[in-house]
Design a protein around this ligand. Structure first.
Ligand SMILES: O=P(O)(O)OC[C@H]1O[C@H](OP(=O)(O)OP(=O)(O)O)[C@H](O)[C@@H]1O
Length: 183
């Protein structure tokens, strides 16, 4: 369980994005190639770890939450909402600001309303900026957040709510080290 994820992280290349040590990995980048077996391993671990009772929507963020969300949605039969980086101007759209370790922008949430019970999943939590923005957007709709899970955690940022992490890593200039797992 999680053997593929751990091995692929420990062999992931690192590049500099400004001062930020950015690891390149199939789950967080789609590069160089995403193996179905890795995606299945992650989907199974999420199904096992998340509280899905009465959950009616899965919320992910464009772009690198989408493939995880699709796999998870197909395994659980729960519909998927993709938070986008461009506005649609639909009634009830919520706009929030996102800041990561290396970028800034706006996120736009559609398709979630008061009374919904949702889970948030994403590829990685680093500074926590993206998850904080997603939580704020969902809170503005009046929906309830049942659970939050990321595949990879780097850093121990406080997102103001409990966060489930499949694997925790440390990233240096040359190497990713897996320091903990959900197992
Ligand atoms: O904890 P944080 O510092 O917010 O970093 C994590 C976020 O960074 C990446 O998204 P990014 O906005 O770079 O876009 P992408 O998914 O299109 O790669 C990643 O997919 C997470 O959503």
């Amino acid at each position: 369980m999680l053997d593929r994820l751990i091995h692929s992280l420990e062999t992931a290349p690192i590049m500099k994005r400004g001062e930020y040590n950015y690891f390149i990995h199939p789950i967080t980048d789609g590069v160089p190639l995403l193996e179905p077996a890795l995606l299945r391993e992650i989907g199974c671990a999420m199904v096992r770890n998340l509280d899905l009772e009465d959950v009616d929507k899965i919320v992910v963020c464009e772009a690198m939450g989408i493939h995880i969300g699709v796999a998870f949605s197909m395994m659980t039969d729960i519909p998927l909402v993709v938070v986008r980086k461009r506005p649609y101007g639909l009634p009830g759209e919520v706009a929030v600001h996102q800041a990561t370790g290396y970028s800034k922008g706006e996120l736009y949430l559609n398709g979630v309303a008061a009374g919904d019970r949702v889970v948030i999943i994403d590829d990685v939590c680093s500074t926590g900026g993206t998850l904080r923005a997603l939580i704020s957007a969902i809170e503005q709709t009046g929906a309830e957040i049942a659970d939050i899970c990321v595949v990879i955690g780097r850093g121990d940022e406080d997102i103001g709510r409990p966060l489930k992490t499949l694997v925790k890593i440390e990233v240096s200039e040359t190497q990713v080290r897996v320091v903990d797992t959900c197992l």
